[in-house]
Design a protein around this ligand. Structure first.
Ligand SMILES: CC(C)(COP(=O)(O)OP(=O)(O)OC[C@H]1O[C@@H](n2cnc3c(N)ncnc32)[C@H](O)[C@@H]1OP(=O)(O)O)[C@@H](O)C(=O)NCCC(=O)NCCS
Length: 214
């Protein structure tokens, strides 16, 4: 894909995410650019040693977004460290989540209030590889009227987003079989008893935002 198309996608995706997210959730997306690793603050870079250059670039793009969203929320200059579990550490009273695919980084941040935690995932708007679908989907999942082409991909992104929201609350590693997703009602349930609300968009990329009550 050319850089011009990707840049157009960045604007379109920012709008799509903002439109689907709850009003009190700040969101952003960024096309991952050469040199984005430079957006890692020194403490952030130290918190993620021994990573591939592409991963550092993606994490830098996600941190660029997180810094901007946190500054808007009154936390200018806050370093979003990667904790040993992989989960990012947010300021007191704030929940947030990061994700990146090969080209795009996304971030979401909110004050802890109506919900206690949130999670986000971004995926290319392409069918999930056939060999992955049986691993991700379980009989408990419901995709309703969602087109067959992207249903598996949205399901995948939903489970990753729910996991990222649930992990900071329960500190429990979940598998795909531990999360039941209903795309028709926009709800998901974990084997640990958490209930998540889901919002998603599919163009120009699949992004799912999950919010979980405490
Ligand atoms: C969390 C996880 C699903 C992320 O998936 P991924 O495809 O590697 O990467 P994504 O781009 O979607 O997300 C990466 C971001 O997730 C966040 N993240 C990583 N581990 C996390 C955790 N335990 N809780 C919350 N967020 C986490 C980080 O912010 C990371 O970005 P960073 O490395 O720049 O800080 C994966 O790292 C993981 O821990 N998997 C184990 C459990 C699992 O896969 N279960 C099946 C899915 S339910």
């Amino acid at each position: 894909m050319t850089t011009a198309i990707l840049a157009t996608n960045e604007i379109a995706l920012a709008r799509a995410i903002a439109a689907m997210a709850p009003a009190d959730v700040r969101t952003g997306c960024r096309l991952i650019r050469d040199g984005d690793e430079a957006h890692l603050l020194p403490d952030e870079a130290r918190s993620m040693p021994a990573r591939q250059p592409a991963m550092r670039r993606a994490s830098g793009a996600a941190r660029f977004l997180a810094h901007r969203l946190l500054a808007d929320a009154g936390f200018d200059g806050f370093a979003v460290l990667r904790t040993p579990s992989g989960a990012p550490a947010w300021p007191e009273g704030i929940t947030g989540s990061l994700a990146h695919d090969d080209d795009m980084a996304v971030a979401a941040v909110a004050a802890i209030g109506d919900f206690g935690s949130l999670g986000i995932d971004v995926e290319p708007a392409q069918p999930l590889p056939h060999d992955l679908l049986p691993i991700v989907a379980t009989p408990a999942d419901r995709t309703g009227a969602v087109g067959e082409q992207l249903a598996g991909r949205i399901l995948f992104a939903a489970k990753e987003a729910v996991y990222k929201a649930a992990y900071p609350l329960d500190r429990k590693v979940l598998g795909y079989e531990d999360i039941a997703v209903d795309l028709e009602t926009g709800q998901a349930t974990t084997s640990t008893g958490r209930k998540a609300r889901l919002a998603y968009c599919v163009a120009p990329r699949v992004v799912v935002l999950a919010t979980v009550s405490e």
